[in-house]
Design a protein around this ligand. Sequence first.
Ligand SMILES: C[S@@+](CC[C@H](N)C(=O)[O-])C[C@H]1O[C@@H](n2cnc3c(N)ncnc32)[C@H](O)[C@@H]1O
Length: 235
Amino acid sequence: MMRELPEWYYDEFIQVGTDYTDKEEILHYDQKMQKIRNIGSEAETMLRLIGLQQEDRVLEIGCGTGEFSIELSRHCKQVVALDVSEGMLEFAREKAKSKNRNNIHFTKGSFLTLEPDDGPFDAVVTQLALHHLPDFWKLIALQHVGSMLRTGGRFFLKDVVFSSEIHDFDPFISKLLQSIPEQVKDEMTREYILHIKEEFSTFDWVIEGLIKKAGFRIEEAFYENGFLATYLCIK
Ligand SMILES: C[S@@+](CC[C@H](N)C(=O)[O-])C[C@H]1O[C@@H](n2cnc3c(N)ncnc32)[C@H](O)[C@@H]1O
């Protein structure tokens, strides 16, 4: 699932921001996500948007600890789940095994190393991962995603994306940091700061433009709280 890349390609395997190769970080990430997210409802939205069929093959990029691949695998024929972190993949494999899911292939891979020969897929999903790439590489990544899908295939993208309606980011970010719940305040504040400073989340109009330039039609777009976006795109 990984193709050889020219020397000038961006190296996605160097961790940017939070280090998702660290074992403790991975366990902690998994526990924290169960606490602060409603995984069941997020998975339901994803499934509804991509309209998954029992015969479908799905590709997940940046699968993390495997929650969504496991959910998807209950509703389709096969899930191929990629991550740049071997640690994440190992954790996800164990979780899938403990839930008796045997139609998920967890393997090392990334946006830029996608191998079109492994496709075509009926749907590609990715959550909270594309922002690890700078904008130039986001377009290349989205083109690669397109090459993995059949015509008419669905692409679900959810990520931290900033709203261009916000005119002054200083008060916006201060308020965002203040709004973090008390029980996770220290840790989430550190993470948010790391994200804003070192990761590559961009603006809604940039992402929309990139998605379209990469050959997709945006079927649905949802924005939350000025910093989260969900897109259903069709090839
Ligand atoms: C914030 S976690 C999100 C995990 C999962 N998608 C979720 O929603 O809980 C980001 C994941 O993307 C992976 N990742 C980062 N850059 C990537 C890339 N270029 N290609 C594939 N996976 C990547 C990280 O290793 C990590 O597991």
